[in-house]
Design a protein around this ligand. Sequence first.
Ligand code: FE2
Ligand code: FE2
Length: 508
Amino acid sequence: MFSRLLRTATVLSLLMASQAWAQLDFGPYVQNTNEKKATVIWYTKTSEGGTLRYGRQMGQWEGTIDGGTGTVHRAMVENLLANTKYFYEIASGAKIYATGAQFYFRTHPRPGARTPFRFMAFGDFGDGSETQKATAAQMLKDDAKHNFALLLGDIIYSSGERANYLRDYFPVYKDLIGHRAWWPVLGNHDIKASKGAAYFEFFETPANNPSAVENYYSFDYANAHFIALDDELLFDGEDLQKQMTWVKQDVQAAKKRGQRWLIAMWHKPPYSAGTHSDDEEIQANFVPVLEAEGVDLILNGHSHVAERTFLLANHKIINNSLSNYPKKGFETAAIYVVAGSGGKTGSIEEKHALMAFQLGNAAGYESIYINGDTLRGSWIKSTGQSMDQFVMIKNGNNQTDVQITESETLPENFAAHYPNPFRLSNSADEPLHIAFEITNPAPITAAIYDILGRTVTRLSDGEMYAAGSHTLRWNGRDLNGALASTGVYFYRIQAGTRVHSAKIMLVQ
Ligand SMILES: [Fe+2]
Ligand SMILES: [Fe+2]
């Protein structure tokens, strides 16, 4: 016991000593993640070199990235495994600036994967208020459930000043942004001082548009596609046209890739009756383009309240259920959420005809959960209570998910199955076993398809498997838990570039 105390004391004093002489200015924070890469940014007080070490086990570093010399340091880590947690450590020479369990990032699940995930969305927060801090404290309590956050603009008041980021952003959210990517859009307050110079300095976005501007962009996360638009600086004339041309092509490409959910965000809501009312310019310019492509969910800030519409199309209600919205594929049908009270609050001015939920004078954030074909939304108050819930379920797609060809069974015959035919006529019957062997760790994707190539259920969505022999099992049930009927099915399993598929016969 005594020696353990002594050892703890020694470790503590070493930690304190290293912190005493190694202090960052602010950061580190994670940006611009995808299924293969992540960027970490940190600022030092004096000009010096900086390195980032990363690895799946803390202390067992798999690589080192040069973060550059100066006071601003940026390390982009590439060639990572999908849906994998990586710890990182930040150093300058022998000085360790950041290390420990709280410094990590997680790569996205591979696009198309049906891995369940959650994210936060909120706007209008960086004003240094007590309500901002209370909401930040609740977000920290709920942090483990969420994979990333969307910032809906008005990040820093009153004018997006650089100095205010150092007071009302980095210190307030430091325990969240060190391991979660926060994705921004510009708000009207963010652009007041020097056209958003601080915003563009601190945030890094994919800028995956022909103009290569960071103002608007998109990214995939599992089976969802996220679109961030600029309604502040590039909302006129040719700029707006370019943005709309890009968004159409971008969303169409995402649908072709097989992304199932389309989620868009920008600052000003088309519909609101809070601290702002309906915005006709947004209604005319953004709404028709996105709805025509079948976008499912639109997230905005600006109005310092919480609001959520019924299911809408062309500015009208098409489903007046309070909370339950089936949607066919990419039909024109969207839900609009206003989450503009991440710190600022205001009151509801009147009952809005399109809103299923309105709440004023309360701070909080929207939490969205996606699991396969189901999307659940909930607005969480800074006290932790869920004040609104809704669900969208995608059905009736009837689309073919894969083309199964016999040639796929060769040459990578790394999996085998038994029994065949497999029977589920009584409880003693065995499930279908798909046994496979891999020589290196690999993400495994496996699913059961019907004879038309439509997904019946998923057995693995890109989860990592260690080298060795493994067995996946199918209990004859579909994604909804119902028993599949007697007939011919296929399974398809993929490890990296190796694919194996085979026909199976289910007998009830
Ligand atoms: Fe605003
Ligand atoms: Fe605002």
